[in-house]
Design a protein around this ligand. Structure first.
Ligand SMILES: Cc1cc2nc3c(=O)[nH]c(=O)nc-3n(C[C@H](O)[C@H](O)[C@H](O)COP(=O)(O)OP(=O)(O)OC[C@H]3O[C@@H](n4cnc5c(N)ncnc54)[C@H](O)[C@@H]3O)c2cc1C
Length: 530
């Protein structure tokens, strides 16, 4: 049954714009269009709003799913901060997670990533005194790559004719960075494999190890967090809560448990959606933030997708890896348990990142190639007011979808003994890693629950449980169809697939899509108003 995100929504049959999915890209597009006076309907199939920014509650705890830290929002002049302020009318507040945002742990060695470019460099000089030049050159390239990104992404929002005329020139500097793998670039700066392993210690933020990922993705993540990490005060649910108020002001609304079955199209023009329960809504514009795979494979009539060679487009990109996350509830406040705010990235010491992934994919009993531990309750200054005497920890690792494929089609929470046993085994392995690094957590765990790729499929509709939408390989950034426009009139895309994974990138995707729909440079408008 379709439910509203609030108590008494005023529902209409027709809207200016309908947006499928309520992830960061969708909410941003919705809020910007609402501020342009549009009545927007956001349709979310999950029982809660936010896409990967949603939270869930169980046994008296609350966990954030797809936000552990966001960069740049503490700098008043940053575009990310200005965009968040714009779409939430400054209602969303952020807490700094401290001097050390990431701790890279390789075997028994620890490397802290400290905030501030100069501090970051100096800390690395201490670890690698012989490698000052490589450390400096690496950051120079990171900044140069990010500088080249602005025009590349803005080009996607230009009118089609202008794209044809000046597009290639705007994209060219970006491709000089995006065509190379992260490893290609780093190995041209240093032969020190430990340094390369440390510098790429955040690869889990986009899911592809250095020999496979595009350098542009590495650079954008490194740059994004250089001024530190931040967490939404009150938890990630505040993102949907605060944007919803803005959407509502223009008569729009967010509906939850509202699954779109099909996008309605006549004479190659999108004009509405049909819901799973048969109800239809119409609108001038239809925007999908459900991911390009789900949109083209599930929401369009097959004949139309074939006519426009959309499956051919999809065959040019790959789905990202899938993950498991252990959501843990503990007795004791974050202060009592002395939980850090810093994220821990834990890696095996014997092989490089790519070889660790390969070894693990060949034999899942071998050491996890990456274990990421995050302490959300310690990061949120509002946590103790809402959940006194309790704490939470999330632990993430890679798991291939294929390992769980045989339970596809089974019901959530009712997948059977064998599935539960596999989950228990992975949970215990992850708890062992936790106790090694946070021994005080032992004896304090009151609840734990493992999500698998099937959980991601069930709740967020990514078919193979992919964690970050599409893979961030060099090839991905060459695909010009990853943009707001589609070959179908009045049908647009938004979300991580048209920019990159990450909340800030999805936020930016919303600006691009809103710019295309309104035919206005919305980034310019936002920056001018702030
Ligand atoms: C475990 C994890 C940790 C992460 N940590 C961070 C982090 O610390 N920092 C960071 O910046 N990024 C992080 N990310 C990435 C970030 O959360 C995502 O890149 C971003 O939120 C994606 O936003 P999106 O707009 O593409 O929409 P998504 O969040 O992908 O949402 C798409 C929505 O569409 C809905 N939908 C799908 N099909 C339909 C349909 N037929 N009808 C209606 N609705 C539909 C889905 O239910 C979903 O709610 C993390 C992601 C994961 C999974």
């Amino acid at each position: 049954m379709i439910q509203s995100y609030k108590k008494n929504p005023k529902l209409a049959e027709h809207y200016d714009t309908i947006i499928i999915g309520s992830g960061m890209g969708s909410l941003t597009t919705a809020a910007i269009l609402a501020k342009e006076g549009q009545k927007v309907l956001v349709l979310e199939r999950h029982y809660t709003a936010g896409g990967f920014t949603h939270i869930f509650k169980r046994k008296g705890y609350e966990w954030d799913v797809g936000i552990h830290y966001i960069g740049e929002v503490q700098r008043p002049k940053s575009i990310v901060k200005k965009l968040f302020d714009y779409i939430t009318e400054e209602q969303l507040k952020w807490a700094d997670i401290g001097e050390v945002y990431d701790k890279i742990i390789i075997g028994n060695k620890e490397y802290d990533f400290v905030k501030g470019t100069q501090n970051f460099k100096e800390k690395l000089y201490q670890y690698f005194p012989e490698e000052k030049d490589a450390i400096n050159q690496h950051l120079d390239l990171v900044f140069a790559a990010v500088k080249a990104s602005g025009k590349f992404y803005m080009e996607k929002a230009l009118p089609s004719l202008l794209r044809k005329v000046i597009g290639a020139k705007m994209r060219k500097p970006f491709h000089e960075f995006s065509d190379k793998t992260t490893y290609e670039v780093l190995s041209s700066l240093t032969k020190n494999q430990e340094l390369i392993k440390v510098l790429t210690g955040q690869y889990g933020d986009y899911g592809l190890p250095p020999k496979e990922s595009s350098f542009i993705m590495h650079a954008s993540v490194v740059r994004h967090y250089l001024s530190g990490g931040n967490f939404p005060i009150g938890g990630s649910s505040q993102i949907a809560e605060t944007t919803d108020k803005v959407i509502e002001k223009s008569g729009g609304t967010i509906l939850i448990s509202a699954e779109v079955n099909e996008i309605l199209i006549k004479a190659n023009k999108a004009y509405g959606v049909q819901m799973k329960d048969g109800k239809t809504f119409t609108a001038k514009n239809i925007i999908s933030g459900a991911g390009i795979m789900a949109t083209y494979e599930k929401l369009l009539p097959e004949s139309l997708a074939k006519k426009h060679s959309l499956f051919n487009q999809l065959s040019k990109v790959k789905r990202s890896v899938s993950h498991a996350c252990l959501y843990i509830g503990l007795e004791g406040s974050p202060e009592e348990l002395q939980l850090p705010k810093t994220n821990y990235w834990i890696y095996p010491s014997d092989l490089d990142h790519d070889a660790c992934v390969e070894r693990y994919l060949n034999d899942l009993e071998t050491e996890f190639p990456v274990v990421y531990i995050s302490f959300p309750s310690a990061k949120d200054p509002d946590w103790n007011r809402r959940y006194p005497g309790k704490s939470t920890i999330d632990i993430i690792t890679l798991v291939p979808y294929e390992k769980f494929a045989k339970w596809e089609g089974s019901r959530w929470m009712k997948r059977g003994e064998e599935y539960n046993e596999l989950k228990e085994k992975i949970s215990n392995r992850l708890l062992d890693v936790l106790y090694k690094h946070i021994p005080q957590a032992k004896g304090k765990v009151q609840h734990y629950e493992l999500s698998t790729p099937l959980t991601t499929q069930h709740f967020v509709n990514y078919d193979k449980g992919e964690i970050y939408g599409l893979d961030h390989s060099p090839n991905r950034f060459r695909q010009r169809f990853l943009q707001p426009r589609t070959p179908i009139k009045n049908l647009y895309l938004t979300g991580q697939d048209i920019v990159t994974a990450g909340v800030a990138a999805a936020l930016f995707s919303g600006v691009l899509t809103a710019s295309v729909v309104t035919k206005k440079n919305m980034l310019k408008k936002v920056l001018k108003q702030s």
